[in-house]
Design a protein around this ligand. Structure first.
Ligand code: AMP
Length: 545
């Protein structure tokens, strides 16, 4: 081998923030506070305040490798910790504020968190589990909605006396930068440990035009929480290019988000479908209220984006939805639905079908799907199998070596998603493997049925799940939330599905409900639906609690 003669230059988050400070010192970070006021600072401020925070954490005894947890909404101080902690060689661990205190205690204990930075507005939550985590030595309160209570360490007071210049160490690019736990609905959450290198490569990829296409001209608003797979890497991506960042804080209702988007001239935003469904309904009701002319895309992922929603945004409001797939274990970006040149000549309907798929893999992520007995399946758009991925920002193991069965012998990560892949490489998710409906031995894709049901004008949301059946083992049942003031009959819904699917795919029953139960990251909680209604084809449903 002839060695290359390029410099060894570690890929670390330090470079990203130093670059933002050097070239885009006036680039803005806007955060909505719980009371509604907007806080503004710059990339230079973030850099300097990160330096102060690093000094302060050092004073509290934080050493390289230590875990510093955050329990916080999306805002500027969370961003400061996002960089300061990994840049000083420690590891930032983002706790999911939607979890039960018992789960949080388990996760914080498992990660051995030593310090917690907590929003004052979330102190009541922390108070419910902090005493169950012996490793926590200090609690630092971020005064988001008022002054820090007497006797507690206050973030601002802690960093105030410190110098902004910190001698950031040269780090090994493979060292841990961030930890995020999976939000799986079965078994204990598992810790995913991102390295500096994986986060930097992920950020670079997010800047590619055929990916998220982030640039310095962008105003990026991650609605996706910073505790959910690094807010899909957007804080890192924004620093990489020096984009303006807008953080919505805890105000996630459609009106507050739309106000913020219009006011701050947001160009690109990201979140799960529920958020955008609410926004679409609000825009439909008030089509002229907000000037969103600067918005170039809404990135949707975390659950399947219903094509009817994508179409609604495009046709009625001229807003482009970009559909992407990823997981906590993949930092998260894996695939994104861009229409390739060779498919551009298709009809509008065909192009929409491509955009509504989960897309094809971004560079350095590789995809394949396999059968139950591990055979690699053909890319024929029909054969369903489990999606497997590998790449430099795909986890190679979990913290504590749990869940080893998620990796194949030849080093691929088993996603648990049941998919088809077409000849162009586009992945289409049919289900989570544990949610798949097996009727008489045949698979039925709940996602395809949900998408079709959500294209009915009266339906706001639809979740299809497996009901136990005496003859066929399992049959599909659809839980439906109607749009305000709308009514529908089962016959209407069945008619709407007819002709789109094989007869045996038709749901056996419909359940009208006010709300579909969700996980802490906004996905349909099908275990709960099965618990409530899964026996109804055999015996009557239990009343909803
Ligand atoms: P999480 O680790 O919480 O981000 O969840 C990852 C899981 O969310 C994936 O394995 C998928 O089941 C689901 N998911 C993510 N993006 C999409 C998408 N675009 N369409 C359908 N499911 C998705």
């Amino acid at each position: 081998m002839t060695p290359g003669r390029m410099m060894h230059f570690p890929l670390t988050l330090t470079h990203l923030l130093e670059r933002a400070r050097t070239y885009f010192p006036r680039g803005e970070i806007v955060s909505r506070e719980p009371g509604g006021a907007l806080h503004r600072e710059t990339w230079k401020d973030v850099y300097e305040r990160a330096g102060k925070l690093a000094h302060a954490l050092e004073r509290l005894g934080v050493k390289p490798g230590d875990r510093v947890a955050t329990l916080a909404w999306n805002h500027h101080r969370h961003l400061e910790a996002y960089f300061a902690v990994p840049m000083m060689g420690a590891v930032v661990h983002t706790l999911n504020l939607r979890l039960h205190p018992k789960e949080l205690a388990y996760i914080a204990r498992h990660a051995e968190d030593s310090v917690v930075l907590v929003d004052r507005s979330l102190l009541p939550l922390l108070d419910q589990f902090v005493s169950d985590v012996p490793s926590i030595r200090h609690v630092v309160v971020i005064p988001d909605d008022g002054p820090t209570p007497q006797g507690k360490l206050d973030y601002e007071q802690l960093i105030a006396p410190e110098r902004p210049d910190y001698a950031w160490p040269t780090l090994d690019e493979h060292s841990a930068a961030t930890i995020c736990y999976t939000s799986g609905t079965t078994g204990n959450p598992k810790g995913v440990v991102y390295s500096h290198r994986s986060s930097v490569l992920h950020a670079l990829t997010a800047c590619m035009v055929d990916s998220m296409g982030a640039s310095e001209h962008d105003v990026l608003m991650p609605v996706v929480p910073m505790f959910h797979a690094n807010a899909w890497g957007w804080p890192h991506t924004a620093a990489c290019v020096g984009a303006k960042l807008v953080f919505p804080g805890p105000k996630l209702d459609p009106e507050s988000l739309l106000d913020l988007m219009a006011r701050e001239k947001v160009t690109s935003t990201a979140g799960v479908p529920t958020i955008w469904l609410g926004i679409l309904a609000m825009l439909d009701a008030n089509p002229k209220k907000w000037d969103l002319s600067r918005l170039r895309q809404m990135v949707v992922g975390g659950s399947a984006a219903p094509p009817s929603m994508m179409e609604g945004f495009q046709k009625r409001h001229g807003i482009t939805v970009t559909h992407a797939w990823g997981m906590t274990e993949t930092n998260p970006l894996g695939t994104i639905a861009r229409v390739k040149r060779e498919l551009e000549t298709g009809t509008e309907e065909e192009r929409m079908a491509v955009r509504a798929s989960q897309g094809y893999a971004v560079p350095f992520v590789e995809t394949r799907h396999t059968s139950d007995d591990g055979k690699i399946l053909p890319w024929d758009a029909e054969t369903m199998g489990e999606l497997e991925v590998r790449g430099p920002w795909v986890a190679s193991s979990y913290l504590g070596e749990e869940g080893k069965d998620r990796w194949t012998k030849d080093g691929w990560f088993k996603t648990g998603d049941v998919v088809t892949i077409d000849a162009h490489g586009y992945v289409r998710i049919c289900d989570r493997s544990k949610d798949v409906i097996k009727s008489g031995g045949e698979w039925i894709s709940s996602v395809a049925l949900e998408n079709a049901l959500m294209s009915h004008p009266a339906v706001l949301e639809a979740a299809v799940f497996a009901g136990r059946h005496a003859k066929w083992d399992e049959r599909p049942i659809a839980a439906i939330v109607l749009k305000k003031g709308m009514t529908v009959t089962e016959a209407d819904l069945t008619k709407h599905l007819e002709g789109k699917f094989a007869k045996f795919w038709m749901p056996d029953a419909y359940v009208l409900t006010e709300q579909i139960p969700r996980t802490s990251t906004g996905k349909f909680l099908k275990t709960k639906l099965r618990e409530l209604y899964g026996e109804m084809l055999i015996k009557p449903a239990k009343p909803e609690k």
